[in-house]
Ligand binder design. Structure first.
Ligand SMILES: [Fe+2]
Length: 254
């Protein structure tokens, strides 16, 4: 069973790094990984984008095409310089956990959202459901810790299963993301966990997922066991969703 890797069919707008379109059947994001990693720190933008609204407009324009260049998306997101006046209406915090706040649905091709991290808040280790994930820092610092996929990843976390069975996930990198930094990940690059390392300061990040997804896998860091997890929003377009829907939010999603 294939448990990870890029699924071209899952993407309504196919994203490609710099490569020939004729190589599309072989989209081998994996072979291009070094160039994605080199995006950190993000390159200087050719043309600045003034305001979050302009960024959303530009992303819509980019995703109208059938082929989307990953580096270009990263550069465009990097070229927007965070201004809290643009995004504070979307930034809704919770005391207990980080929140996901929908900004824009990208005509069904992507979801753009703002994640608000209180001090010490963090995610579980998770995958990205065969989607592309771009993440830009709007405020504060986040630590991104990447892990290799567990060997023979087939073990669903079953109720009553011995929690001690399995092996710890292997950490492969650890990066501090600072104001306006952009990072990119897809499932072929591994799993990750994101956390706010500050005990006193909040952090805010802007995430683009394409295609949008409603569930992903989360992993037990000690055992490598995976389980499925629904992902929901704390607010949509600046308005909190109703309490019942919020309470259905799984405490540790992506
Ligand atoms: Fe993630």
């Amino acid at each position: 069973m294939e448990t990870y890797g890029y699924n071209a069919a899952a993407s309504s707008a196919l994203l490609l790094p710099d490569m020939e379109i004729s190589a599309l059947q072989d989209v081998v994001l994996r072979s291009k990984l070094p160039s994605f990693e080199a995006l950190r720190p993000a390159r200087e933008p050719a043309a600045p984008i003034n305001g979050l609204d302009k960024l959303v407009q530009e992303l819509h324009r980019i995703f109208r095409d059938d082929v989307v260049n990953i580096e270009h998306v990263s550069e465009v997101m990097a070229s927007y310089q965070s201004n809290p006046a643009d995004w504070k209406k979307f930034a809704k915090f919770d005391r207990c956990r980080y929140t996901r706040n929908l900004v824009d649905e990208g005509n069904g091709k992507f979801n753009l959202m703002i994640l608000c991290w209180g001090p010490d808040h963090g995610s579980a280790v998770h995958d990205h459901a065969d989607a592309h994930c771009f993440m830009k820092m709007l405020q504060g610092t986040l630590s991104e810790v990447r892990f290799r996929w567990p060997d023979g990843d087939s073990q669903q976390d079953q109720e009553g299963e011995d929690d001690e069975a399995g092996r710890p996930l292997e950490e492969i990198s650890r990066t501090d993301l600072r104001l306006n930094d952009v990072c990119y990940i897809n499932d072929s690059m591994g799993l990750h966990r994101v956390e706010n390392p500050s005990h006193s300061d909040p952090a805010v990040s802007l995430h683009l997922y394409s295609p949008p997804f409603n569930s992903c896998s989360v992993f037990n860091q000690r055992t490598g066991k995976r389980s499925q997890c629904n992902v929901t929003f704390w607010s949509k377009r600046g308005k909190k969703i109703d309490k019942e829907a919020r309470s259905a939010t799984v405490p540790e999603d992506n």
